[in-house]
Design a protein around this ligand. Structure first.
Ligand code: FMN
Length: 227
């Protein structure tokens, strides 16, 4: 798969087949992604791969906490703005409604929305889960590096016929996840990611949210070399 095709065809997968993923395939994806660039090559990423009983135990504990223990949920970092404003608010709404419409969830059906949100905590049934940690003393530059690493994983997965869903939804449950994986609190959970084979029959996997056109986010300055 060429890079352009990989970029254009990758999408967040929210329904996976139960088909297991060979350890060698997960390893191959990580082995490719480790070539992601990072400032001064410090490679700030630390990945925990969860499968089988460990995966299931985390899913169960987090699902339980999502229902019964609101005090066990808080963001270790700020992902979103504390006050939403345009143009981001409209984009966020379009994304949410696009997804819910495809799933047949009506506006205002909070129970159905919550049930869909909680599907995050089974990795959308992906058999492999990845958790991404960073040392808490590393700053925004290293987070920039991390984003490139995450995208590298997703593109490498596509090239191996695998699908992914990056999931910040896990971050508020960082305490539970760190306990289960024996990760000290000097490391912060950035996000999780489901990894597996996409269910081609699931309508939710057809969701392809719009993108801005190049001209909407790019300013050109000076004379170009060509027409
Ligand atoms: C860092 C990060 C965290 C995300 N967290 C979630 C999540 O918790 N749950 C989810 O369903 N999608 C999550 N997404 C997926 C985004 O909604 C998705 O990337 C966006 O809508 C664009 O769609 P696409 O990935 O299919 O191109 C996340 C994406 C990123 C990059």
């Amino acid at each position: 798969m060429d890079v352009d095709t990989a970029l254009r065809t990758r999408g967040s997968t929210r329904a996976f087949l139960p088909r297991p993923v060979a350890r060698a395939s997960v390893e191959a994806v990580l082995a490719a992604a480790r070539f992601a660039p990072s400032g001064s090559n410090i490679q700030p990423w630390q990945v925990h791969v969860v499968e089988g009983a460990v995966r299931d135990g985390i899913c169960q504990a987090v699902l339980e906490a999502a229902v019964t223990a609101p005090e066990r949920q808080f963001w270790p970092y700020q992902y979103y703005p504390s006050v939403w404003r345009e143009p981001y608010l409209a984009r966020r709404r379009a994304c949410g409604w696009g997804l819910y419409t495809l799933l047949g969830i009506a506006r205002g059906d909070r129970a159905a929305m919550q049930a869909q949100e909680r599907r995050n905590y089974t990795f959308f049934d992906a058999p492999v889960g990845l958790f991404f940690f960073i040392d808490t003393d590393l700053g925004p530059g290293s987070w920039l590096d991390y984003g490139m690493f995450l995208q590298s994983i997703m593109l490498a997965a596509s090239a191996h016929g695998l699908a992914t869903c990056p999931q910040a939804a896990w971050a508020p449950f960082h305490q539970i996840i760190r306990e289960r994986l024996a990760v000290p609190d000097s490391k912060m959970l950035i996000c999780g990611m489901g990894l597996g084979y996409a269910d081609p029959a699931a309508p939710v996997n057809r969701f392809r949210p719009d993108r801005l056109a190049v001209g909407e986010f790019t300013a050109w300055h000076g004379d170009g070399a060509g027409p």
